[in-house]
Design a protein around this ligand. Structure first.
Ligand code: VOV
Length: 249
């Protein structure tokens, strides 16, 4: 029987995409807008404090194109906390001007394809724990998309033996390693949590690197034969200190 791989799972993840209701925002009074911005900055400060304490992490980017205006990615130890964040944002003054655009629920995931070295469970290693509970990079650009592994008669990932899948992912990692320092990936598993099987979140200093890595990986067998992809979202970093000028009318 084909064996499932054991996964190591870390912080829960919420990608929360919002569109700004610019018409309502422009019609709001100066005082209302100021209140909304100040309240939102307070939320950002609160989330920063959580990150400082290493109890979670978050990033905020401006989406390029019409799919949404903003993408938040939140990581927290529990799903309840993700719910709380979402609700707090909805109840905030700025929330009155945010329309839901898209969301994605998943959990930071690493898999145990490689045999344990010296009998040590990799999950116990501090470096593994740091990858399962990552502080998200605040690099200039983000690219997020969901993906599946194919399950068709000829190309079925789920009928491949574990060692074959491990070898294909090893080849995949060799392509990935060429982008060290240029692209940082956070893979989140979403089987049973959302509509696709994985979320792929990439960070880069240079947006062209997204095109280059995704294109190069299309030729890796794990993607060319077994990859199916959803909608792509690309954005530019929105640091706290630029929020007010971004929202200024
Ligand atoms: C930026 C570089 C980079 C690097 C170094 C890297 C390495 C690795 C390693 C070592 C492993 C396997 C073990 C583990 O850690 O789980 C993975 C696993 C995975 N990857 Fe990856 N990946 C990268 C990057 C990277 C990209 C750009 C994509 C999107 C693929 C594309 O075609 O658009 C991707 C996808 C995945 C997925 C969906 C999984 C889980 C698959 C599963 O079936 O379990 N990944 N990945």
């Amino acid at each position: 029987m084909v064996e499932a791989v054991e996964t190591m799972d870390g912080w829960y993840s919420l990608h929360d995409l919002r569109t700004i209701d610019w018409t309502a925002w422009k019609l709001a009074s100066v005082e209302e807008r100021e209140e909304a911005i100040a309240g939102f900055e307070k939320l950002l400060t609160k989330w920063d404090a959580v990150e400082e304490e290493k109890n979670g992490s978050h990033v905020l980017y401006k989406i390029v194109g019409q799919k949404a205006d903003l993408i938040f990615m939140f990581l927290r130890p529990t799903m309840e906390e993700l719910n709380d964040i979402e609700t707090e944002l909805n109840k905030s003054k700025l929330g009155e001007f945010l329309l839901p655009a898209h969301s994605y629920v998943s959990v930071v995931e690493l898999s145990k394809y490689r045999p344990a070295k010296d009998g040590i469970d990799p999950e116990t290693l501090p470096e593994t724990q740091a990858r399962l509970k990552p502080i998200l990079p605040k690099w200039e650009h983000i690219c997020f998309y969901p993906m599946d592994r194919r399950r068709e008669a000829e190309e079925n990932w789920y009928t491949l033996e574990k060692d074959v899948r491990g070898k294909l992912l090893y080849d995949h990692s060799k392509t990935g390693r060429k982008y060290a320092g240029k692209v940082k990936q956070i893979i989140t598993g979403s089987i049973g949590l959302d509509d696709w099987e994985w979320g792929v979140t990439l960070f880069a200093h240079e947006p062209l690197q997204f095109k280059k890595i995704v294109y190069e990986m299309r030729f890796d067998e794990v993607s060319s034969r077994y990859g199916e992809f959803g909608e792509f979202f690309v954005g530019n970093h929105l640091p706290n200190e630029s929020v007010a000028s971004y929202l200024k009318i």
